[in-house]
Design a protein around this ligand. Structure first.
Ligand code: GSH
Length: 213
């Protein structure tokens, strides 16, 4: 639909950047990456000019620049050919948006920034881990109630909600206490067991070494 190449400003360990990379893979969109570490103290001023909140990701498509992952993935879905990643039926489309809103508003911080990040230090930050696990439980319980029985998280076909939730669950499950908690949610576990094998999940998975962020 468009001959201008997408430029993606992203960070290799960032869950939000991965959401966009998953959608790019699902749509088969060619892109080039500019690596930005938003946690660094020396984020280039020219990046802050396009993202005043010093976060990743941002995309540029010709003269059009866009940040905030939800609108970015909707734009990619709507501006490019490839499989549609937003259900047509209003209830399923609303469910997709609801799941994205839940994971953004209530999930990212406990699942990723507390549970996953608690393992960054030489010694695990137990207080942060336990707080994160406690705060993750209602989020997982809410998703367990909402997950679509027909295979994908929001609808019978793959949607932007799957792409949005995958990176956060993946990091949560890398922590043994997170994985132990997750199996208490059978429908979510069933969803994960098949979504984790999808090519876009596998090809976008960050390679974590001792360098984490
Ligand atoms: N609301 C933003 C959130 C993006 C976000 O929080 N990205 C993280 C990386 S996964 C970030 O840039 N963090 C930098 C920081 O917290 O200082 C979006 O939807 O894109």
């Amino acid at each position: 639909m468009s001959d201008r190449k997408i430029e993606l400003f992203s960070y290799k360990f960032s869950v939000y950047s991965r959401i966009v990379r998953i959608v790019l893979a699902e749509k088969g969109i060619d892109f080039e990456t500019h690596e930005i570490n938003p946690f660094a103290s020396d984020v280039p001023a020219r990046y802050l000019n396009i993202h005043p909140f010093k976060r990743v990701p941002t995309i540029r498509h010709g003269n059009f620049t866009l940040y905030e992952t939800g609108p970015v993935t909707q734009y990619l879905d709507e501006a490019f050919n490839g499989p549609s990643l937003q259900p047509n039926a209003a209830p399923e489309r609303a469910r997709m948006r609801q799941i994205i809103a839940i994971i953004d508003s209530y999930g990212y911080w406990p699942l990723v920034r507390k549970v996953f990040s608690s393992t960054f230090k030489e010694e695990i930050d137990e207080a942060m881990l336990n707080e994160g696990l406690q705060e993750s439980a209602p989020v997982l319980a809410a998703l367990e109630k909402l997950v679509c029985d027909a295979g994908y998280i929001a609808a019978p076909s793959y949607s932007l909600a799957d792409a949005h939730v995958i990176p956060m669950i993946d990091y949560f499950l890398m922590v043994p206490e997170g994985a132990a908690m997750f199996i208490r949610y059978p429908k979510l576990t069933h969803w994960w067991d098949h979504i984790k094998e999808r090519p876009s999940t596998i090809s976008t998975r960050p390679i974590l070494s001792s360098e984490k962020s």
